[in-house]
Write a protein that binds this ligand. Structure first.
Ligand code: SF4
Ligand code: SF4
Length: 106
């Protein structure tokens, strides 16, 4: 195996073991948002159909969706961009600008 093939193989192995992050996420995913977020996503769990579209579109990959649990957002890192609210087909994520502090159960 050539040096190039060896490096490609190592990179491929590394990719398999890591969580996929979007282009923005690679820069800011592990940066705690702190207090500067303006809008906070609030999920209406009763209307949610757990389609995971919000999860697929969040640039930070911080939304968890599964069949057993309600949608969960890791608010430590949420930047309040509102993409999740825009793409939700049920309109059950609202961006609230009146919430000053958020709880996070991570
Ligand atoms: S996109 Fe909306 S309906 Fe689908 S899982 Fe997310 S919050 Fe629920
Ligand atoms: S507002 Fe929604 S899409 Fe944007 S970072 Fe927060 S959870 Fe992700």
């Amino acid at each position: 195996m050539s040096k190039g093939q060896e490096n490609a193989s190592k990179q491929s192995e590394k990719d398999k073991n890591s969580t996929f992050l979007g282009p923005v996420a690679t820069i800011v995913n592990d940066v705690d948002t702190g207090a500067w977020r303006v809008d906070v996503p609030v999920v209406d769990h009763a209307s949610c159909i757990r389609c995971a579209i919000c999860k697929k579109h969040c640039p930070l990959s911080i939304i968890k969706v599964d069949k057993e649990n309600p949608v969960w957002i890791d608010m430590r890192f949420c930047k309040g961009c509102g993409i999740c609210a825009q793409v939700c087909p049920k309109g059950c994520i609202l961006m609230d600008s009146n919430i000053k502090e958020v709880e996070n159960n991570a």
